[in-house]
Structure formats: C-alpha cells, structure tokens
Design a protein around this ligand. Structure first.
Ligand code: DOR
Length: 485
C-alpha cells in the first residue's frame, strides 16, 4: 500500500441542481461560531449567500419565500455517522431516501458507514456509492471506507485505494477493532493520508447477547445487560495506542494534515472549498459514546492533548435504560441507552466540549427485523429526521444546553472532525443552511418520516422545532409548509 503521496480530497456528492436566487424575509440568522446573530432578510443569489439586512439590494422579480418569516436560519447540519444501507440493504434505506431524510432534518451532508453488502472496503465499491449519490442524493453524501477487509477485523482493507476513491474517513462501525495490532497499523496508514479513524468501541466478550445496559433495570426486566466497561475498556486501550502513535509521529517530526474537502464544494465532488483550511483531523474519532466512565477517560485524554474527538447520539443524550420497561425494540441500540447518571455525564460533556459533536447513528431497519421479540430485534434507531428537534426539545428548552452549542455541535464541529470546510452564514459562501421554526410542535408519527424505515426511538413523542427548508449546494432540497407533516 502506497502512502507516499497525498490522495486527492474526500468527495461528497449529490445530485446537481441549478443554483437558485431567492429572498427569505424576516428570519433570525444564527451562526454564532462565525459571529452572526441578527434578524433580517436573507438574499441567496446564484446559489450563494449574497447578503442580509434591512436594505438588501435584491434583483427585480426575485422569488420571495414569505412563509418563513420568524424562523431561524442555521448553517446546515452535517452528520458524521449514518447508515444509508447501500449497496445491499436498500430495502431499509437507499441513496434517495436516506439523503431525503437528512434534508428533512436540516442536514446538508451526511457520511455513510461501510457496513454495506458488499462492504465498502475497496476503491470500486466506494466509487460506485459516490457515483450513485451524485445521481440520486438531494444532499451530499460522503462515504466511509472499512478499516478491515470485509469488516472481519483480520487484515487491513484497501486503505489507499479507498482514499483515492474519495472516502472521508475509515471505520468498521457496527463492529469493534479487537486486534490491537490491526488498529496500530491502520493508524500508521491513516495518519499519513490525513483522514481519521472512526471507532466503534465494544468488547464483544462483554456484550455477547446483551439487549440493554447492564444495571438495575436489566436485572428487573430479566434482559441480558451490556456493562459500561464494554465501552470504557476498549476506550482505555485505544487511548494508549493513540498516545503511542502520537508520540511516534512527534519523534518523526510529522504533522497530521487537514484535508479541506468541501462540504461546501460542488455537487460533482472532489472540488476543494474556498473556505479556510480545516485544522488537522484527529487520529481517532470515537463514535456514539454512551457511558460516564468513557467520558472521564476522554476528558483526561483531551487534557493531555491527545488528538482525539468524540461524538454522542441524540438517543444517548436524551433517553435512559428505564424506558426499556416498555420493551420497545426501537430503543434497542448498540451501544445501549444507559443510566440516568451516564446520560447526565454525556450532556455535561457535550456542553463543555468534551463531546465534540452529534452523530445520529441513523440505523434504519425493516419491520421484520424490529417487530420481533426484543432479544431478536436488530440494533438501531433512525435519527436524521428527529435529531435537531429532539435535542432542541430535550436539552435546549430544558436549559441543559445552549442553542449556540447545539448548532455548533451539529454543523461546524463534525466538519472539523472530518477535515471538511464548514457551512457558514457569510456573504459569498455557498448556500448551505437550514431554516427552522423553533416554535412549531409536531408529533413524530410514521407518516411524518421521509426515510424508508420507521424504527425511530422518538416515535410518539411531541417535539418542538421543525425544519421548514434545507438549502444545500446552492439549491432548495427540502421544503415543508407551516404545520405540514
Ligand atoms: O445500533 C446500531 N446500529 N449501532 C451500530 O453500531 C450499528 C448500527 C447498524 O448498522 O444497524
């Protein structure tokens, strides 16, 4: 495997759409990361943010989207962790339905995991997915390449070939990398090409046939539990390996480079954004953190300066194991929804930046895989369409998290993890934003969802905050009228 020269930038692809021109009057423009917090009209011209304020010089006969007055405009959300199930499991989701679900949730880009069939463990499979997305997807899709061939955890996948095909990162997500030497070798390759490893932490000799968090609720319900050490144990090992690789790199005088592909790039992919260079990507990004013990380890590692980042999912940030008393299969996820103490630790870590960003782990499954006894149900909940509204309702409106931090954790932060240019509300920037009614209340019902699968952990909940418009790559990709399902 040749890692001597830098591969081209990661590709994020979606269906091309003609760049649009329109005005959205009287909206709250909110991009605190980039110093924007004001009420005014927003002009999009030829697919770019052309200006805002009261004295806009809009072209004559410009289209005016006046049913969005009073809404908030955020830089578009970016999901570093979704399962779009293509190729091989299109009955659960495909490259039309998944990106549509993403757009309905305010996302302008979504990164797809490699646990497909065939596995995305070589260049041609990754290239095929990205080509397919360029035909089908309404918002950009980035692809993750597998770390190991066939996700078997035995030998490395075609890392260099995958990088050349344009993958954003590498991950065996859904499965842990149990072999420490394989992890070490993978890090030595990926650090050279400036792309992060996304790690699913799980000690499989502890998770076995576990259905839920091991604690008093699993004991009461008689369901096999998965202890928190199932996650924190491998985390401690991986941090030790990061420490070793980081020290090795420093001795060799190497630097980890940011790759600066565009979330804000052209739909054809490969184009480099005009945005400022991204900082160096982490060596490892830990996915879907669930346990307080893991949060403690991450906090120490970050204080020490280790090059790691972390994500948490809406379901781990909002739900607790006690809810499993209803035997709802949609709450069966991997890692499991944990105790109230674990949840509180995760929320505090998101608020103080120990948890860098939100990843949905959008994991669609068909009814025949979910509507079975909970022991037999597959792990996973969908998340793209409910992430913002659920977190806004459960954390922001309850005073546990600022709106500023939520927006940042769903937009700029995941881009920094992946070395992508951040969507921003800035004159001249590509139009990549979502428009949200922060007051609209809606009930998560199967018929409100645009994705193919209905296994959502928040089904039946009433949420506050509704995405009304998503503009990606300079064009409207999803719109919903006030009060429309
Ligand atoms: O709940 C999950 N579902 N967790 C994972 O890590 C994988 C995912 C899936 O692929 O269904």
């Amino acid at each position: 495997m040749d890692t001597s020269t830098r591969p081209s930038a990661p590709k994020l692809t979606c269906r091309a759409a003609p760049p649009e021109t329109f005005v959205i009057p009287s909206v709250h423009l909110f991009d605190p990361q980039h110093g924007v917090d004001l009420v005014g009209d927003l002009l999009v011209e030829e697919g770019k943010i052309a200006g805002w304020g009261d004295a806009l010089r809009a072209p004559e006969k410009v289209e005016i989207l006046d049913d969005l007055a009073g809404c908030w405009v955020f830089p578009g959300f970016v999901d570093p962790h979704a399962h779009l199930r293509t190729p091989g499991h299109e009955y659960k989701e495909d490259l039309t339905s998944g990106p549509l679900a993403a757009a309905a949730g305010g996302y302008v880009a979504v990164v797809a995991m490699a646990n497909t069939d065939p596995v995305a463990d070589c260049g041609p499979v990754a290239a095929w997915i990205l080509d397919e997305a360029a035909r089908e997807a309404v918002v950009r899709v980035g692809q993750v390449g597998a770390v190991s061939r066939g996700l078997k955890g035995e030998e490395l996948a075609e890392i260099r070939e995958l990088a050349d095909a344009g993958v954003v990162a590498f991950s065996d997500d859904g499965r842990p990398i149990a072999d420490a030497d394989l992890l070490l070798q993978a890090l030595r390759y990926t650090r050279g090409i400036g792309r992060p490893l996304l790690i699913h932490l799980e000690n499989r000799s502890l998770s076995v046939d576990g259905v839920m968090h091991e604690g008093r609720w699993s004991a009461r319900l008689g369901l096999r539990g998965v202890p928190a050490a199932c996650e924190s144990g491998p985390l401690a090992r991986d941090l030790e390996i990061v420490r070793y690789v980081d020290a090795e790199q420093k001795r060799q005088g190497g630097t980890r480079g940011g790759v600066v592909a565009g979330v804000a790039a052209a739909s054809g992919g490969g184009a480099v954004s005009s945005g400022p260079p991204a900082a160096a990507v982490p060596l490892i990004h830990f996915q879907h953190l669930s346990a307080a013990a893991s949060v403690r380890l991450v906090r120490q590692a970050k204080a020490e300066g280790l090059p790691i980042t972390v994500e948490a999912t809406p379901h781990h940030l909002l739900l607790t194991d006690e809810l499993l008393t209803g035997f709802d299969q949609n709450l069966k996820v991997n890692p499991p929804i944990r105790s109230a103490e674990d949840r509180a630790a995760l929320v505090a870590a998101l608020a103080d930046g120990t948890v860098d960003c939100i990843g949905t782990d959008h994991a669609p499954h068909a009814p025949q895989e979910k509507e079975v006894p909970i022991e037999d149900a597959l792990f996973g909940t969908t998340g793209l369409e409910t992430a913002f509204a659920a977190l806004h309702t459960g954390l922001v409106l309850t005073g546990q998290l600022s709106l500023e931090r939520l927006v940042e954790a769903m937009s700029g932060a995941p881009c920094r993890v992946l070395g992508l240019a951040e969507p921003r509300l800035e004159e001249g920037a590509p139009a990549d934003f979502c428009v949200v009614d922060l007051e609209e209340r809606w009930r998560v019902a199967p018929e409100t969802l645009r994705g193919k699968s209905r296994n959502c952990a928040f089904l039946g909940e009433t949420l506050t905050g509704r995405v009304r418009l998503t503009v990606a790559d300079g064009a409207r990709r999803f719109a919903r009228a006030r009060g429309e399902d």
